[in-house]
Design a protein around this ligand. Structure first.
Ligand code: M6R
Length: 604
């Protein structure tokens, strides 16, 4: 996830407008920043690693001359944050400059072809291929045709803004699966990832749809669909009445709910981002006698899901532990051990300490993180990444479901390579995984109203139990953590079977008990646990598969689709994230900034 902006103006200098637009987009990424402008038919580029104010101090971004310019704030996906990997990226001749948000899936293949044609690449990014493709086609075609042909060769997700010095008054753009909006001004037009980037200048907006492309000039907008047919953009103009802050959240009242809704996109991008390092990770797993997985908080719950799926699918023991407890596990580590360190931020000190201790004993380390180049990936043998984009709400949501997605892929691939499942079984599991983003979308739309209404009742509660067995248990734990951290309700997760060994003593009339039950073979046992709780007056709520035998026993439930159980952790957490969110809102709390908590914990 990155932020892009382009401004075409009749005024002389737009660099300061680009810089202030980038500041509004910094929530989309902040590891490097850059600007390209056209002045006297020449492209000028200033860019560097760091936040906007740091790069401004070093290079004076806002002083770059030119009335046509594009800018970018980056969230690294291919290539670590660095000056050279910062956008914009240029072709060999310096006549093309590209900014991009998304992932080009076939960039390695395109890069090889272009290198064979003599193109020299400067960065490790996927984006640079577009600049060289355009350069190649400019040999025979006019700029817009060259741009269109280059776009037709890209597979993956993108929002592009491109300068070509042969047509210095235009900014070319294209969109597929990454957001892009046009701002319609007076003598000044805009293209950006998000409306706040230009809200100070215009409230007239056109949302660019998937497959559309075109260009803007200071006084003209050209938009066409994927068949090359011109679109009457005037019919598409909407006038927004958002404040800049509302717009940054795309109209959602909080980042947390925005991020819950972003999960289909985040999961899709994570699946698309599975690369050769994931394959290498599986090789390391196959080559290790002992596998440990460690993390804190929500990431630990994802690790628990992984450990249970590995046991279920591959019959391989993976030892999970909470990273702050590393001293109790490190003694068993040696050079035949592998530690998988899971951390969305890549900076959690407990996980970093566990990693260092295991490394000291000769263990190899795989990092799974959402932030390229952060400390945990840097200190690991191998790093793999989720593609959730920046998560601003303190409560982890989209980083959890993307972690589980990535770890589930590892478990399937490991099981296939180990011979625990055959190729046909693996193929059908990958297919289900690819359908998960769409199913996630459906679950969000089916259960948001349910969560809003139940959240109002929960707002009056002081306690709740979350019970589960097998792979349902980490989901119960994650659901309880969400409720605890943002709604400040004492929510406690327990293995359902263990509940009668003590916790049941607290049950009284209307005490809420949430049962997560996504494994068929454990259903009958849960039936008994539900009966026990009901007999003591509990209000029972279930997260269960469609047609589950538990439904008739529950006071309230949400139903998950009947697909392979290993994918249900991703779907079944969603109603519980929504429930925690709406409970916090009903209680009048700001879920984005829970008291006493920091997004990243860097003290032991
Ligand atoms: O950045 P990490 O994944 O290493 O963070 C670990 C925990 O601090 C984190 O998951 C925390 O529990 C969440 N904010 C809870 O929603």
């Amino acid at each position: 996830m990155c932020g892009i902006i382009g401004v075409a103006s009749l005024r002389y200098n737009v660099a300061s407008i680009i810089k202030s637009g980038l500041e509004k987009l910094e929530y989309r990424g902040y590891d490097s920043v850059g600007i390209a402008s056209i002045a006297s038919n020449t492209i000028l580029i200033k860019k560097g690693k760091g936040k906007i104010h740091e790069v401004e101090t070093r290079y004076g971004l806002s002083r770059v001359p030119g009335s046509i310019a594009v800018g970018h704030t980056r969230w690294a996906t291919h290539g670590a944050p660095s000056d050279v990997n910062a956008h914009p990226h240029a072709d060999c001749t310096g006549r093309v400059a590209v900014v991009h948000n998304g992932i080009i899936e076939n960039y390695l293949e395109l890069k090889e072809k272009l290198t064979n044609l003599g193109h020299v690449f400067k960065s490790e990014t996927d984006t640079e291929v577009l600049a060289h493709l355009i350069e190649e086609f400019l040999k025979e075609l006019k700029p817009f045709e060259a741009f269109r042909k280059a776009i037709s060769m890209i597979r993956g997700s993108y929002a592009f803004a491109v300068l070509i010095s042969n047509e210095p008054e235009k900014i070319f753009f294209a969109r597929k699966d990454s957001p892009l909006v046009i701002g319609v001004g007076e003598g000044m037009n805009f293209i950006a990832s998000d409306i706040p980037a230009f809200l100070e200048h215009t409230r007239r907006v056109i949302v660019v749809h998937d497959g559309e492309l075109g260009y803007i000039t200071p006084v003209e907008i050209y938009l066409e669909n994927s068949k090359g047919e011109r679109i009457n953009y005037l019919e598409r103009i909407i006038v927004v009445d958002w404040t800049p802050d509302m717009a940054r959240k795309e109209g959602y009242p909080h980042f947390m709910i925005k991020e819950i809704h972003e999960q289909p996109r985040a999961i899709r991008d994570t699946i698309r981002g599975i690369d050769e390092n994931y394959e290498k990770a599986v090789e390391l797993m196959l080559d290790s006698e002992k596998i440990f997985v460690t993390a804190a908080g929500t990431s630990y719950h994802a690790s628990l899901v992984f450990s249970l799926i590995m046991s279920k699918l591959a019959g391989k023991l993976v030892i999970p532990f909470i990273s702050s407890e590393y001293l109790s596990y490190a003694n068993s580590a040696d050079e035949n051990s592998l530690l998988i360190a899971v951390s969305q931020s890549g900076e959690t000190i407990d996980t970093l300490m566990a990693l260092r201790e295991f490394k000291k004993r000769g263990a190899r380390i795989i990092a799974l993180s959402n932030i390229i180049g952060s400390a945990i990936p840097r200190e690991s043998t191998l790093a793999i990444y989720t593609r959730a984009g920046p998560e601003i709400g303190v409560a982890a949501t989209k980083t959890f479901t993307t972690q589980v997605t990535a770890l589930t892929w590892l478990a399937i691939n490991f099981s296939e390579k180990r011979g625990a499942i055959n190729q046909i079984e693996a193929k059908s599991l990958y297919k289900v995984l690819r359908d998960i983003p769409e199913k996630t979308e459906r679950i969000i739309s089916m259960y948001e109203a349910w969560a809003r209404s139940l959240g109002r009742d929960f707002a009056n509660k002081n306690n709740a139990y979350y019970l589960g067995r097998g792979i349902s248990l980490p989901i119960a734990m994650e659901g309880a953590l969400k409720m605890k951290e943002i709604a400040y309700i004492h929510a406690e997760a327990y293995p359902a079977g263990e509940s009668k060994h003590g916790p049941i003593a607290l049950i009284e009339e209307n005490f809420p008990v949430i049962f997560v039950s996504i494994e068929d073979r454990l259903e009958r046992r849960l039936l008994g646990n539900i009966e026990e709780m009901k007999a003591r007056g509990a209000y029972t709520i279930g997260v269960v598969p469609e047609n589950s035998i538990l439904i008739s026993k529950l006071d309230n439930y949400v139903a998950m689709p009947r697909i392979s159980e290993i994918f249900l952790p991703i779907l079944s957490i969603i109603p519980l994230q929504l429930l925690a969110y709406y409970t916090a809102v009903s209680r009048g709390y700001d879920p984005d900034k829970p008291r006493n908590l920091a997004k990243t914990v860097t003290v032991e």
